[in-house]
Design a protein around this ligand. Structure first.
Ligand code: UD1
Ligand code: BG6
Length: 708
């Protein structure tokens, strides 16, 4: 089933759950270390948003428990069932409850395990209210023969549940997930002979429809973990003492179970997000759709249900992630959004690093030594340039980045450039042709609507280009070519540094595509010169932090904010308004000032605060006229303008407050203009007492979509 079909099955749900597993083999860890590892993993996933959490760990060492003569599970304390703890609220509440539960069951935190399979989950309620029963892990029966955590949605769960109810099963939760462990047991009970654990899960997968990432542990397969995915992201992190062992077939797996790797030591982490894995190991495998991962006997095997021989392992590349631990920490700042706003001078430099020659060539033919070099476009530049049109497709902030860069593309490339919100493109079944070049812009590279639009464009034969921050993401892998933003990991749900890196990336793309145009040379050189100055100018704009905090204090009780701009900075107005609404929870609108007289002017009075963006570009004169018209209606104005702009300075006498930013070339001015407005939203959020990194109802990566 294609990705498009999978997503087409979905109903609207912003899946924000996180899954995490910790597997050890021949590595001695006590119960406390295992639990700390799981809780830490869950905390790394907190930024995705969640309302409840849960864990399941082995209470008995699976390696030791296999020592019974017949190979059956030796039950200690009368049970081999995992210890399962679930709680509504924060991970810290789950930790507290776990400590109490351990004490109640007289388990010892210093009890050593050689082999452990721990799974954990943060849930964002979709099917059923946030409650302990609806929290994951879910179990097949009271003795927890199969225990499951799940990210995503099982779209045919009602049908499966009805079937299982008819078979006499009883359900305790309202979730779609509970059908999975019950199906596992249903299939297991009907086997004529025991099959390897991944094979059993593959049988269950055949019955599931929707998008999911699932982890399964079982008392029937002690010390083993199976993970499978379809449509939801999942990553395996590996730390091993030796070169590592990977099973190549179910047959070898069986032999491994006998003895082969008994002396190997290995630790693995499985997570929905690299941020939970990177502090343990940099060696990761990005699992692909329909992959089934099996961790057992000190080895790992990956199978794929779509391949001809499902019993043969599939080759998956072990990548070394460049992501540093500090990158996922707050680095001295109070909040991720704050940190990410302030690191923009560095993230922009990183985006340009190795791609821009900042110095002009003094002598010789400049065409022989291009100033912009984007490795990802080396082979496809000609096809892009000769395409019928450039179509940029994105959602949210990423769409605004496309809007901010459109004019630069049009001016430099002399090509028609159309912008599409991914959801709207799909709603309209917008015509796309094989001679179109479609550019998919996404920070996460996993946004469902953007991904579906990519499938849609690919099916129509268009050249598909990706611009994403996430190496190894679906968009990075599924596009024909593209570029990575290299902006560094972004955790705050409200995108900030990715936005500015996107504008710079699209601008670099326009520069590369126009490199052989003599007519554009002066303009190109001017933009490239200014790219070199950009990090420094952004740093200067960040000095407005204190002023923005004062402004936030002044605006904190407001119910509405308006942002007026035109030209490239219409994107700045929309983006500033989006930030104010998504984190500061203030109703706000970005208005194209050219449309002012066609409605918005009716709202203007002496009470409504209006922020006008009037920096020195082709729109300066028109924005001056906008300001005069707004002042004629006694509007309360804040003006974002350039330092040393005398026209704007004159408005101070009329009671306007000026936010003065450094001047740059028109193509890059939106990068600087958004900085004080990001700071304003950040401070407004803190002052108004809202959660800045995890705004209510929102997710960093919206990995599901409405039905199309
Ligand atoms: C690449 C390397 C970088 C190295 C540099 C040296 C990667 C990820 N990057 O950077 O570490 O320092 O070469 O020359 O290995 N792509 C897509 N779709 C996307 C994004 C990228 O198909 O959405 C493709 C590109 O076409 C390219 C590859 O992924 O083939 C890497 O892209 P990018 O990281 O932007 O390339 P470089 O900047 O050349
Ligand atoms: C979500 C995020 O809505 O998705 C936004 O909260 C983001 O910050 C949008 O702009 C699009 O995400 P992406 O990953 O495709 O850029």
């Amino acid at each position: 089933m294609s990705l498009l079909n999978i997503f087409a099955l979905l109903i609207q749900h912003a899946v924000m759950c996180g899954i995490f597993a910790y597997y050890t083999y021949n590595v001695k860890k006590d119960l406390k270390q295992v639990l700390d590892n799981l809780f830490n993993g869950l905390k790394r996933l907190e930024y995705r948003g969640y309302d409840s959490a849960g864990i399941a760990v082995d209470a008995v060492d699976p390696l030791m428990s296999l020592s019974a003569a017949d190979g059956s599970i030796l039950e200690e304390n009368g049970t081999s069932s995992p210890l399962i703890v679930k709680e509504v609220g924060k991970v810290s509440q789950l930790e507290k409850l776990t400590t109490e539960t351990i004490a109640k069951h007289h388990l010892e935190l210093d009890r050593l395990f050689q082999n452990q399979v721990g799974i954990a989950h943060t849930r964002w309620a979709t099917h059923g209210i946030p409650s302990v029963v609806n929290s994951h892990p879910h179990i097949s029966d009271p003795s927890a023969q199969f225990t499951v955590v799940h990210n995503g949605i099982i779209t045919n769960y009602k049908m499966l549940k009805d079937f299982l109810l008819k078979q006499g099963e009883q359900f305790t939760s309202d979730t779609d997930t509970e059908v999975i462990p019950k199906l596992c047991r249903f299939v297991y009970d009907r086997l004529s002979e025991k099959v390897p654990f991944p094979k059993l899960v593959m049988e269950v997968m055949k019955k599931l429809e929707g998008a999911y990432a699932v982890l399964v542990k079982s008392v029937h397969y002690p010390g083993e973990l199976v993970a499978c995915k379809r449509g939801s992201p999942m990553i395996l992190g590996v730390r091993e003492n030796t070169s590592g062992q990977r099973q190549t077939s179910f047959k070898q797996l069986h032999e491994a179970g006998d003895k082969k790797w008994r002396d190997e030591a290995i630790e693995c982490w499985v997570a929905s997000d690299a941020s939970a894995v990177v502090e343990h190991t940099k060696r990761v495998i990005v699992l692909e759709d329909n992959d089934v991962l099996h961790l057992a006997s000190g080895g790992y095997g990956i199978y794929n249900t779509e391949q001809h021989d499902v019993e043969e392992a599939v080759p998956r590349v072990l990548l070394t992630l460049q992501m540093e631990v500090e990158q996922i920490m707050k680095g001295g700042y109070e909040h991720y959004m704050q940190k990410e706003i302030h690191e923009q001078p560095e993230s922009l430099l990183q985006t340009m690093s190795g791609r821009v020659k900042f110095q002009r060539q003094a002598v010789g033919n400049p065409y022989l030594s291009p100033r912009i070099k984007l490795g990802g476009f080396a082979e496809s530049a000609h096809t892009i340039k000769t395409s019928r049109r450039l179509m940029f497709i994105a959602c949210g902030t990423s769409y605004h980045a496309c809007l901010a860069s459109r004019q630069t593309l049009e001016e430099l490339c002399d090509m028609p450039v159309v912008l599409e919100l991914a959801s709207d493109l799909l709603d309209r079944r917008c015509p796309i042709f094989r001679d179109d070049a479609c550019v998919f812009v996404s920070q996460s590279g996993e946004t469902a609507d953007t991904l579906m639009a990519l499938e849609y464009a690919k099916d129509r034969g268009a050249l598909c280009v990706g611009i994403t921050n996430t190496v190894g993401s679906a968009i990075s892998r599924l596009t024909h070519c593209g570029m990575h933003l290299n902006a560094g990991y972004e955790i705050g749900v409200a995108s900030t540094k990715a936005y500015t890196s996107m504008i710079v990336s699209i601008t670099m793309m326009a520069l590369q595509l126009s490199e052989d145009s003599i007519g554009k040379r002066e303009k190109r050189d001017q933009i490239i010169d200014e790219l070199g100055q950009l990090p420094g100018k952004v740093r200067s704009a960040l000095m407005l932090d204190e002023m923005m905090m004062q402004l936030a204090l002044q605006l904190k009780e407001e119910h509405s904010l308006m942002f007026f701009a035109r030209g490239r900075n219409y994107a700045t107005a929309l983006e500033a308004a989006l930030k104010a609404k998504e984190v500061a929870l203030i109703h706000s609108e970005g208005i194209l000032a050219g449309e002012m007289k066609h409605g918005p002017l009716a709202l203007v009075d002496e009470k409504l605060p209006i922020i006008v963006i009037a920096t020195k570009d082709g729109m300066h004169k028109k924005m001056d006229s906008v300001i005069q018209q707004l002042l004629a209606r006694a509007a309360k104005l804040l003006i974002v303008c350039n330092e040393g702009d005398e026209v704007m300075t004159a408005y101070e006498k009329q009671g306007c407050q000026l936010i003065k930013v450094p001047e740059t070339v028109d193509a890059l001015q939106p990068v600087i203009n958004i900085i004080p407005l990001q700071l304003l939203s950040y401070h407004l959020t803190i002052i108004r007492g809202h959660n800045v990194d995890q705004p209510r109802n929102l997710a960093k990566a919206v990995t599901t979509s409405e039905e199309h």
